[in-house]
Write a protein that binds this ligand. Structure first.
Ligand code: KIV
Length: 284
């Protein structure tokens, strides 16, 4: 049985902080699920960390469906949230089609959309149709070409707008909201004013939960670590040195050993060679 929306709300009501992590494939979903992470986001950040793109803008719905399907297969307990990519929820009808694909074809239990008050009508309609929605405000990566990658809400006007965006997303029926790159006191204020949980990334410790990108957390995306990320492992280094040992063993002929190989008795092999010779002679 997967984590339910009710349980997600209870985490906040009981003051239990909520960990969320991104995952993009079967194996990582399995690891996150077995570690007891209750929320897995199939983020469109896969554009950068899996597909090598420079932003989330070119990520397609087909790609999201493909990766979300694998994450759903790899997890049993976590609630899987699929990101709706750029320009796939510009109006209510399009959003229903797009979210429908993530729910029906990929098996996601919820979708995430970026935007505040302007996205509220889309959220409201999806929720009315039984599609759980997570909101996302602050730095919204799909708008990177418009807003850059700065911390958002630093001025009084911008902060006020974000507070009212968060309230609009909640009023529209979202079950949780990501707050990305906000000053800690603003994120804490939003968290206190909302009933639903806030999930922070670069928004300080006052949020109801935190989300991190798999590759940042585990040191898989070696060239760049955003300021808001904490590396818990240097997997790139570990994998690199394992591959170096493997390549050396192959070159030296020390891999594979008998343990990774199958034997065959000499007589059978001799018999096979005699058969080949006979086949050759009948073909001549
Ligand atoms: O795409 C993503 O990974 C996200 C998280 C950073 C919240 O939207």
């Amino acid at each position: 049985m997967r984590v339910t929306l009710l349980e997600v709300q209870k985490f906040k009501d009981r003051g239990e902080r909520i960990p969320m992590v991104t995952a993009y494939d079967y194996t990582s979903a399995q690891i996150a699920d077995r570690a007891g992470v209750p929320l897995i986001l199939v983020g469109d950040s896969l554009g950068m960390v899996v597909l090598g793109l420079t932003s989330t803008v070119p990520v397609t719905l087909d790609e999201m469906v493909h990766h979300t399907r694998a994450v759903v297969r790899g997890s049993q307990r976590a609630l899987v949230i699929g990101d709706l990519p750029f320009l796939t929820y510009t109006n209510v009808d399009q959003a229903i089609q797009s979210a429908g694909r993530l729910m029906q074809e990929a098996g996601a239990q919820a979708v995430k959309v970026e935007g505040g008050a302007a996205t509220a009508p889309v959220i409201e309609r999806l929720v009315s149709l039984g599609i759980p929605v997570m909101g996302h405000i602050g730095f919204t990566p799909q708008s990177v070409n418009q807003i850059g990658t700065r911390v958002q809400g630093r001025s009084a006007e911008a902060a006020a707008q974000l507070i009212s965006d968060a309230l609009a997303v909640e009023a529209a029926g979202a079950f949780a909201i990501v707050l990305e790159l906000l000053p800690t006191p603003l994120a804490r204020t939003i968290t206190d004013r909302l009933r639903i949980p806030t999930i922070g990334i670069g928004a300080g410790v006052g949020c109801a939960g935190q989300v991190q990108v798999w590759h940042d957390l585990l040191g898989l995306y070696s060239d760049f670590l955003p300021r808001h990320a904490q590396r818990y492992l240097n997997l790139s280094e570990l994998i690199g040195s394992a591959l170096l040992r493997y390549a050396t063993d192959v070159r030296d002929g020390t891999f594979p050993t008998a343990a990774q190989s199958s034997s065959m008795d000499e007589a059978t092999l001799r018999e096979a060679l005699e058969l080949v010779e006979r086949m050759d002679s009948t073909q001549r």
